[in-house]
Each structure stands twice: as structure tokens, then as C-alpha cells.
Design a protein around this ligand. Sequence first.
Ligand SMILES: NC(=O)c1ccc[n+]([C@@H]2O[C@H](COP(=O)([O-])OP(=O)(O)OC[C@H]3O[C@@H](n4cnc5c(N)ncnc54)[C@H](OP(=O)(O)O)[C@@H]3O)[C@@H](O)[C@H]2O)c1
Length: 312
Amino acid sequence: MRAVGVTEFGGPEALHVLDVPDEPLGKGQVRLRVSAATANPTDTFCRNGSYAHRDPVKEFPYVPGMDVAGVLAEIGPGVETDLAVGEPVMGIVVPTGAHGGYREDLVLPIGSVARVPAGCSDVEAATLPMNGLTARLALDRLALRPGQVLAVTGAAGAFGGYVVQLAKAEGLTVVADASEADEELVRELGADVVVRRGADVADRIRERYPDGVDGLADGSVQDAAVLPAVKDGGVVATVRGYEGDGQRDLRVFPVWVRQYAEEGGKLDGLREAVEKGIVTLRVAAAIPAEQGAEAHRRLEAGGVRGRLVITF
Ligand SMILES: NC(=O)c1ccc[n+]([C@@H]2O[C@H](COP(=O)([O-])OP(=O)(O)OC[C@H]3O[C@@H](n4cnc5c(N)ncnc54)[C@H](OP(=O)(O)O)[C@@H]3O)[C@@H](O)[C@H]2O)c1
């Protein structure tokens, strides 16, 4: 079975097609035949070895990838599901060693899998699980009430875009950042107010909300620089572990999507949100497995809008 991974850590060129054995299918698990696997920023750290120290598997190959779509190929023992073999499904992967999203044969817990949204291709569906669940988790933990104001940075990105769309559907007022080139996109996602992105984004948000916003989701990973946008007593969701500076009465918490990796109901809720038109899926390009390195090259160059999806 083909996979795209590394046999030594390195730059994008270290990624190549590998032959890997089928994964064993255990209790509570299902087997997928993956046809589409999204390239996300975190995958580049798996590829270059930055995450190797915290991976319990200490041998090559390493296969990156946290979200996939394909077909349900086999249902393991003890699985209760209304999904049938042959159905198009999408899933979230917690990668470890050779177990990552960029592989044709993939075994996942049933709670990590849901039906593909009706009318969506596998390439489109693959863009949803990981960033959709991270957005869901951030909003659940922020726990703002309808009418409260949420600021979103990195709003043109995958995580930020989903946060904007889900937050609007839940009745929040959304102020989001964008470059001039992304302003129309971010408005289309539903942001009520768009401010220019950059190092001074907190000042720009304060210009529009002088008392500060109730909550903030920091998709651009600006950490301490965005805290001044938030009012005393406000909440901030961060995505790379930042926990705040403890200097003001703010609740700053990192979100880790692994916490929702087996929340099948939440994943299915995202499917529904797509089918209702609340969430839209954005694909930059579909890239054949043999050119997987190109997906990482483009991702690391920055400025990609929509996801790059590796296809098998
Ligand atoms: N903790 C978790 O479980 C978890 C889960 C999902 C994602 N994440 C993390 O969340 C972050 C966002 O992920 P993503 O997939 O949404 O990435 P993305 O699609 O690349 O979006 C990030 C957005 O932020 C913009 N940006 C980058 N630096 C900026 C800056 N200094 N000022 C303003 N805007 C800036 C990017 O613009 P350019 O493209 O122009 O640079 C892009 O539009 C990543 O760091 C990812 O690793 C964490």
C-alpha cells in the first residue's frame, strides 16, 4: 500500500512514496481506503523531525497527515455504526510513526470517522476534519454567548475561516483580520468587521471595539501581540500552546485537536454544517501522491488559500 512519508527527516524533498503494510484492524476500529489527505502546517513539523521527540514511535518511516477522506473498506469487531462498507467517509488522524493521513490503507477508531458531506468530493471533504474540529473545540471552550464579540486572526486560513463561519452561525459578532487581498474572502466567510492583519492587529480591533472584545481565536499565532484586543475577563484560544503572560485578568488556553479526535458526533455535526451551507470547503489544489513534496513546498512558501490535498 502506498504512503507518502519520510525515511529521514528533512525539507519537503524528504517526502516520497513508500510501500507500507496494511495496518492491523482492532476492536472499535474501521479501515479506510484513503483517496485524499490534506497537507496542514503541522505536517511539516512531522516531516522535518520537530515532533519526533514526543512521538512514542522512534523508527522510520514517519507518515504525516491529520485529515483524510476515502471509502470505508472494513468494519472491525465491536463497532456500532450506521456507516456501511463502500460509503465515502472522512476522518481525523492522530499521527504516530508510519500511522498518518498520507497513506492509502488507514485504520482509525470509529469515533474519528464520519460520512462525507453530501455533494462533496473526497478532496473537498478531506479539508474538513482536523481544522473543523479545532475550530469546534476553540468555540466550545471559548463558550461565548450570542451577541458577544469574537475576534479571529488568521481568518483567511483553514482554522480561522471555519471559526468565522461557525461563530456567525451561533450568533456571535465576528471581527476578523485580513490582508487587503483577502478582505473580500473574509467578508464572504461572514465576518461583520474586517481589520487589516499585521503586528498591530490588536490596536485595529480596539479602534472598532474600544472596550476590547469578549473572546479571541488566534489562528495567526501572534500570541502576546493579540492579547491587548481582549477586554479584562475575556478569553483567548491559542493553537500552538501559548498560555498567556498572566499579566491581565484574561483566560488564555491552548486548544489541542487531539482532545476531539474521537468525537464522532462533533465531526458529524461539521458534516451537517457543510450540508446546510454554514461551512464551506476550500481546496487550493489536488496533488498526486508522487508529488507530495510539492504540496509541502507550496505550503511552506505561505500565502496558499484553501488546502493542498494529496491524492492517491
Ligand atoms: N493545536 C491544534 O490542535 C491545531 C489544530 C489545527 C491548526 N493548528 C495551528 O493553527 C494555525 C493555523 O492553521 P491553519 O491550517 O489555519 O493555517 P493557515 O491556513 O496557513 O492559516 C493561517 C493564516 O494566518 C496568516 N498569518 C500567518 N502569520 C500571520 C501574521 N503574523 N499576521 C497575520 N496573519 C498571519 C496566514 O497568512 P499567510 O498564508 O499569508 O502567511 C494564513 O492566512 C497553524 O499554526 C496550525 O499549526 C493547531
